[in-house]
Structure formats: C-alpha cells, structure tokens
Design a protein around this ligand. Structure first.
Ligand code: SF4
Ligand code: MSK
Length: 648
C-alpha cells in the first residue's frame, strides 16, 4: 500500500483504510494499487466496437501516427471521438434514466398511486407547468401535476422539435445551438443516435461525431438532469438552507445505522419518513439500540442532506469505509457509483447490503425492489431488517471522531431569495457585486473522487485557491461533500479562506463562500443560475460572457464527462483534472480545446494540478471581466437629480 498521505486528505478516510489493512480487508485503495491503468486505454486509442479488433493505436511520432489505422481504416481521430461520444451517451443515459424514474413516480404521485409521496412545492409546480405551456389558472393542483408529468415523459421519446427547457437558456445561446444544429430533439433519441453513429462503419468524421456528443450532452443538462431536479423539488420540497453534519463520524455506536447510497432520492425520502415511525423506534429500543440513525452516501446523501439535514457519511471513496466501521446494519444501493467491492467488504461484517432498483442488482446481494405504489412499506421493511441486524454486530466498532457542520441547500430559488428578498427576489445584488469587483467571478466545481488522485485533495486545493481570489464557488456531488468535511460550507469559512471582497459579501448576506447546490443532477441548477445572471443584466447577453468557469478536478464517471460537455456547450470554460479522455488524439483535443471556443464560446481544458487549474479559471474569469469592461474595480454611484439631468 502506498504512503498514507497519498490516500486522502481526510483523516477519517485514512484511519479506516488503515483499519481495513490491519484486518486484511481489501478496499478500492488496495485494488487501485494492484491494478494499473492500461496505457493505451487511458489515451482512448483502443477501438473494440467490432470483432475484427480490438485495434490499438498508441501515440507515436506524428507521421507514423498518421499512417496507422484500425483494421477497417478508422483513424485515431475517429476512434478517440467515438470513445468520447460513447462515454457521454452513457453519462446522459444515467442522468436521464434517473429522470424517467422520477417522472414516472411523479405521475403516480399526482394520481395518488405512490404511497408516502405528495406534492410539497406547489409554487414550483406552477412555475414548471408554465414552462411546459400548461394552463394553470383555476385548475386543481392534481390535474396540473398529471398534465405536467405526461408532458415531461414525452420529452424522452420526442422525435422532432426541441426539448422544452431549451428556451430557458439565454436567447443568444439558443442561436448558437441552432447555428450548429445541436438542439436536442428528444432525450432518448440523442443517446440512441450516438450509439448508432459510433457503430462500426457509420459516422467517421470526428468533428461530426463530436457535434452529436454535444447535442446529447445538452439533452442531459437542459433535459434529463433539469427534469430530475425540478420534479424532485416539487415532490420533496425545493431546498432551503439547512444545517447538517458530514463525515464518517456521523455514524453512532449505540444506534441502528442505515446508509442510503446511490442517486435517486425516492426510497431515501421514504426512509426519512419511516425512521419517525413509533413502532420502529420501539423495536430499535427492544434490541438495545438508542434509536435509528439514517445517513447518506454519495449523491443520495446530498439529496436528503439538503432537504432534511440528514447526516452525510461521506463521498464516493468512503463507501466501503463506512462498512469497515463495523457499525452499519444496512446499506441500500440503487443506481450509479456503487462499487461491486461493497459486497466483499459487507461479507466481512454483519452489514446487510441491499440493492433496491429494478435496474441494478449485485450478484449474491439481497434485493428488495422499490416501487412507488408501496414505497413506504418497503422503507419500513428495510428499517426492520436493519433493526433486527443490530444484535448481530460481531466486530469491534471503530467510528472515526471526525464530522463537520455544514450549511447546505442553496437552490437557485434560495440564492435568488437570499440575495434579493422574498418580494424582490433577484440576482441583482450578485451581479452588482461582480461588476463592482467584490466578487471576481463564479466557479462551478463539481464531480467525483478518483482513487488515482489523493482523495478530496484536488477539490479542496482548487476551491481554496478560487475563493482566495474572490471567486464564489458553486458545488455539487462528491466535490460538495469534500468541502463540507473540510469546513468550507459554513459562513465562517469566508473570513478564514477568502479574499476581502468575497468575505465582505458573504458576511453581509450570511452565506458560505462555497454554496452547496445539491447532487450531480443539480448541476442543472448551475445552468439556471447562470442564465438568471445573464437575464438580470450588466454581464453580457450570454452565459459565455459571464466571468465564470467550471471544473471537475477528481472526475471519474461517464456522467461527469456528460456534465463537463454540457457546461462547455453552454458557454462555460471547463477544466478537468485526473485524466483527459482524448489524450490519444491531438486533433480531437485541439478541436475541443480551441475550435469549440470559436463555435460554442465555451471550451475544454485539462490540468491535473489543482492550483494551476484554478489559476487557469481565474485567468479566464479575468479575460471575461476585461471583455465586459469591468476589470477595474469601481463602486456603484447613486445618481442624484442633477447628475441624472446631466445625462441628457
Ligand atoms: Fe478495429 Fe475498425 Fe473494428 Fe474499431 S471498428 S475494432 S478500428 S476494425
Ligand atoms: S456521486 S457521479 S462519484 S460526483 Fe453523484 Fe460522486 Fe461522481 Fe458519483
């Protein structure tokens, strides 16, 4: 095993990796040490889409490279672009299938067929219904919800036209998309078309393949992910600031610990309800536990943390470690980012691992399928199982004493309200503070952990560098959890870590310098916030004019690539760390790094060093400030009548 400083910057993680190693239990950290990435695969220069291959085209000197081709004659550009596009298709499919599940549950909720679910945010329902052109006046909430659900479900299978949410983007952005023919028609159609066009012998022009990847990625950001966020808010409540605790120390030795891991917040919402059931509470006492402690992991954690303040046990690389504490009775997993290694770790303890989605099973693992028709019963059944498992603890319990308080739940609606107040909710104060230079710009830092880099280090180093330079950070996913554990998600962090301008704004409004906006699908909230800033005025007329940048310093999943690509296609300069999934082709990289800036005014960049990456983002922000003519700090001047008259 490698040097422990290389494992993580989070002490809870290091302590539990050491415990696992002492006990001879393998985790992702050991497996990563044993398995080194394939040098050709990491460059994406291997094609295995037909049985004449796999064809490997490693990077060679330029001339040799030009002469090399796959058995069918495919160039390295075609191979790399196809791999890139297929990854995006998988990422979009994941977010969008999540959205489909939510939309189907939403329809059942509206019809009164989903046990335990209701419409919690009627104001948001009306606003989204209006986006979908639904007549709302004088109508019953239930009818509006049914019509909305039916219209939303059609977005997946639409064959022609445009996704409805496209019109929420600034007009100039829509014109750019129109110009390059990348406005998504239907969500499923764009995924299928990538799979067709990257089949053997179809689309063999890398720029053309990447345009379809762009259309598909937009179907995620302005489609699937946005649908998930909006419908979840309507059913479970739009997040407002809430206090919660984060890190493995939230597990309790004397309580029944249940961890919800995955992405879809449907079952987790009902587990929150079920933990309050008096019968289950009594049952827990009968087996000698003081209560039931529900905690989250990965994006499921973000969902229940920001809506209910349910504690968050940790992010992606901590999932196996939660079980290593010996204190977890049940871990439920639904879809996405759940390591198969959980099974082997759970078998070393009394922990029951339970798969809950009809789309995801793990061989040899208990499967209790969630269906909204009897969702609450399922949640109670799982909790009962956990309680009955409490007396089976057979290991010494070791819960690291590390947790941190966080303030989370900064939805677009909340930011609007916090800045402008209930009656004149607006982004005006934010735009003004960017114009006067107190806030230099905005950065969306999102995405996963990747065991090939030091856990959480990339996120924290980059984000501290950004806020030090007065850049307000918006965060989601595992990046958000890294920030929470390190104390960046509390208002006090402003004084400690930020430049004087950003600190002044944060203290005046009472917000942290890093705003937790939710789970991975909630990156759509960042798109809406950026569009709202454009609409507010004074910062150009497109997202690409904003002094803003995006990053995923520790990315690993295909979903992260889809997010990065829709950020870029929406006009945001986006820097990825760890690895760049087009290393094998300079031409493809050049196209995405440079030509995309001319086309979409947003572009990709790759920089594994988080400080250098943050500096690239700050330089981009400064470039945009200069273009807007706000590069010199200036105060807003209140004009008196004489000054106004002199304006003529
Ligand atoms: Fe090789 Fe072409 Fe088949 Fe790909 S499609 S595996 S490059 S022969
Ligand atoms: S959970 S996609 S590791 S952010 Fe959304 Fe974390 Fe990345 Fe999964």
């Amino acid at each position: 095993m490698e040097d422990k400083d290389r494992i993580s910057v989070d002490p809870a993680t290091v302590e539990l990796v050491e415990k696992a190693q002492k006990e001879g239990i393998k985790t992702v950290f050991d497996r990563a040490y044993e398995i080194k990435p394939c040098p050709i695969g990491i460059e994406e220069s291997c094609c295995k889409i037909c049985a004449m291959g796999p064809c490997r085209l490693p990077r060679l000197k330029e001339k040799q490279q030009r002469e090399m081709a796959g058995v069918c004659g495919a160039t390295i550009e075609t191979i790399v672009a196809r791999n890139f596009a297929r990854k995006i298709a998988a990422g979009v499919a994941a977010h969008s299938d999540h959205a489909r599940e939510v939309a189907e549950t939403f329809l059942k909720t509206a019809r009164g067929e989903a046990q335990g679910f209701s419409i919690k945010d009627e104001m948001k329902l009306i606003s989204v219904a209006l986006d979908f052109g639904i007549h709302v006046e004088g109508r019953d909430i239930k009818d509006i919800a049914i019509e909305l659900a039916e219209k939303v479900l059609k977005e997946f299978g639409k064959q022609k036209g445009k996704l409805t949410y496209i019109k929420k983007a600034p007009f100039k952005r829509q014109e750019i998309w129109e110009k390059y023919g990348v406005i998504p028609r239907g969500i499923d159609r764009e995924v299928v078309e990538i799979m067709h066009r990257t089949h053997m012998g179809v689309d063999q022009d890398y720029k053309h393949i990447l345009l379809q990847a762009t259309r598909c990625a937009l179907a995620d950001g302005w489609g699937g992910s946005m649908i998930s966020t909006d419908l979840q808010d309507i059913m479970f409540g739009t997040p407002v600031p809430v206090i919660g605790n984060i890190n493995l120390g939230v597990l309790k030795e004397d309580e029944v610990n249940v961890i919800v891991h995955g992405h879809e917040p449907l079952l987790p919402e009902l587990l929150v309800v079920a933990t309050k059931d008096p019968e289950l509470k009594d049952l827990a006492k009968k087996v000698g536990a003081k209560g039931i402690n529900l905690a989250g992991m990965c994006c499921s954690a973000n969902e229940v943390l920001m809506r209910h303040g349910i504690p968050c046990a940790g992010n992606f690389l901590q999932q196996e470690l939660a079980i290593i504490t010996g204190a977890v009775e049940v871990m439920t997993v639904d879809v996405q980012c759940e390591m198969q290694g959980l099974k082997g770790v759970a078998e070393c303890f009394h922990t029951r691992l339970i798969t809950t989605s009809d789309r995801a099973k793990i061989e040899g693992v208990t499967h209790i399928e969630f269906h909204p028709e009897h969702g609450l019963d399922t949640a109670k059944k799982i909790l009962k199982l956990a309680i009955e498992n409490f007396p089976n603890r057979r290991h010494n319990i070791y819960i690291p004493a590390h947790t941190h308080e966080t303030v989370v739940g900064f939805s677009h609606e909340t930011i609007n309200y916090l800045l402008g107040g209930l009656f004149r909710a607006s982004y005006r104060p934010l735009n003004d503070n960017i114009i006067n230079g107190r806030i230099r710009g905005i950065a969306g830092v999102v995405g996963c952990n990747n065991v090939r880099t030091t856990h959480d280090a990339g996120h924290l180093t980059m984000i501290k560098e950004l806020i030090k330079h007065d850049v307000l950070v918006l965060t989601t996913g595992c990046a958000a959890m890294a920030c929470g554990k390190a104390g960046l998600l509390i208002p006090e962090a402003a004084r400690k870590y930020t430049g004087s301008g950003l600190a002044e704004v944060c203290e005046a409004v009472g917000i942290p310098p890093v705003l937790h906006m939710g789970a991975c699908v909630d990156n759509s909230r960042i798109l809406i916030a950026a569009s709202a800033m454009v609409k507010e005025g004074g910062l150009g007329d497109d997202i690409s004019d904003l002094p803003a940048a995006g990053a995923a310093p520790e990315w690993m999943s295909e979903k992260a690539l889809a997010i990065g690509h829709y950020f870029v296609a929406s006009g945001i300069y986006t820097v990825f760390g760890t690895t760049w999934p087009a290393l094998g082709s300079e031409k493809v990289t050049e196209h995405l790094f440079k030509e995309y800036e001319e086309m979409f005014k947003g572009m990709w960049a790759f920089e594994p060093d988080p400080i250098k990456a943050a500096q690239l983002m700050v330089s981009h922000i400064d470039k945009k400030r200069k273009a807007l003519g706000i590069d010199k700090a200036r105060e807003r001047i209140l004009f008196d009548m004489d000054m106004r008259r002199s304006l003529g």
